[in-house]
Design a binder for this molecule. Structure first.
Ligand SMILES: Nc1nc2c(ncn2[C@@H]2O[C@H](COP(=O)(O)OP(=O)(O)O)[C@@H](O)[C@H]2O)c(=O)[nH]1
Ligand SMILES: [Mg+2]
Length: 379
């Protein structure tokens, strides 16, 4: 019976892929109807364009009294736990339940855990890997009590998620540039605002580049975040060449001795050809103008899209070298298990996770804390 469940999920995954391809084609049509088809990328395109600097306002960041009353570490962990509530209900609470029901370790128990993981967006391949490891470890360590499996399972999950030092943001040594990529709506601009706030409060000089020139609203949104966290934004007009925005932002970052430049990009171009054009040009400018800067290319994925996020990541990986993942919207979704599939299948570390819409709700990803929070245990 279990084989049936797996083949059903495999079929669903295939179906999702078809839907996504159709969506991509639709998007391509939309884009072709629009303007801004840049052909060859010439240096002249980038030089001498007018650019504007949006000065940051003095507006304070919205007060978040609830967050400020609790000590930093506890506050961070409490928010993580709170954010993972739905995923915990889908994975950990169900695992706890079957461990209680079965009492002794046997084949059926492994199958039950397998089913819980697969139905929680951990993905078929990653689930197989986890269960195989769990069986082997249980045998080797002679675990016979079902309740003792939980500790083993947690260890295995941490092992999958753990990329050692690679979870750190690549911002040392200065100057550094973070290029934020991902499809429309995943949370790029919001994450940039949150990262800017985090890095600025560490005493670093931060500058933002409004590289999503596709819609005026996208530029405005970044400016709002810039004002909110007190960081300047380099922008051009709607429809401008994103590579030109980056070029100007880099010159400005050099002149102002900025520690970290964070560049937004347009996510609408997520069919491969347009994506390659856009990110190819941006990468060229980056290498040529800021070759000595520390560079981190971060792909933003939306946890609520579950296994679709994996497909998006695969497409982006073919186009640009991704150094890390920002997984947003873990709060309010039961699909947080996708973090395991991402870590296991993409060979890229998760660096930051979004657990809410507040300015402090983007956390550095720590595998052990994450798994503890997922199982409702203490830090
Ligand atoms: N609940 C929640 N919402 C988020 C998170 N990150 C982003 N969002 C929301 O997702 C929506 C799209 O975000 P946006 O930054 O505009 O995405 P972009 O198109 O990739 O730049 C906004 O309404 C954000 O407030 C998160 O971690 N949790
Ligand atoms: Mg945006």
């Amino acid at each position: 019976m279990f084989k049936k469940i797996i083949s059903r999920f495999k079929k669903d995954e295939d179906k999702n892929q078809e839907v996504r391809m159709e969506e991509n084609l639709l998007q391509e049509e939309e884009i072709q109807e629009g303007d801004y088809v840049e052909e060859d990328f010439a240096e002249e395109d980038l030089i001498g364009e007018e650019w504007q600097v949006e000065e940051a306002g003095e507006e304070p960041i919205e007060a978040q009294p609830k967050e400020e009353k609790v000590p930093e570490k506890l506050g961070f962990f409490a928010r993580l736990k709170e954010g993972l509530t739905k995923t915990r209900q889908g994975i950990a609470d169900k695992v706890d339940q079957v461990l209680k029901t079965y009492k002794k370790v046997d084949d059926e128990l492994f199958e039950e855990i397998e089913e819980i993981l697969i139905t929680s967006d951990v993905g078929v391949n990653t689930t197989m890997k986890i269960i195989e490891k769990l069986r082997t470890e249980a045998k080797e360590r002679k675990v016979t009590e079902a309740s003792d499996l939980k500790g083993l399972l947690k260890e295995i999950l941490v092992e999958i998620l753990d990329y050692g030092d690679a979870h750190q943001l690549g911002i040392h040594p200065a100057p550094a540039i973070l290029l934020i990529v991902g499809v429309n709506g995943v949370g790029k601009t919001t994450s940039i605002g949150k990262i800017a706030h985090r890095i600025k409060s560490q005493g670093k000089k931060v500058l933002l580049a409004a590289g999503d020139t596709f819609r005026a609203a996208a530029i405005d949104q970044l400016e709002i975040w810039g004002n909110r966290v007190g960081v300047d934004v380099i922008k051009h007009q709607e429809g401008a060449d994103p590579a030109a925005v980056l070029f100007d932002a880099i010159q400005s970052a050099k002149a102002r001795k900025i520690d970290v430049l964070i560049c937004d990009t347009a996510g609408r171009l997520h069919n491969k050809k347009n994506l390659m054009n856009e990110l190819g040009k941006v990468s060229k400018v980056l290498e040529r103008e800021y070759g000595n800067a520390t560079k981190d290319v971060l792909l933003v994925l939306d946890a609520t899209t579950g296994q679709n996020a994996i497909q998006q990541a695969k497409t982006f990986k073919e186009v640009v070298d991704i150094n890390g993942i920002i997984l947003t919207k873990l709060d309010g979704t039961a699909k947080g298990g996708v973090v395991l599939a991402i870590s296991s299948e993409l060979n890229v570390p998760v660096k930051l996770i979004g657990v809410g819409e507040g300015v402090n709700d983007l956390q550095v990803f720590e595998p052990k804390s994450f798994v503890n929070a997922l199982f409702g245990d203490d830090i």
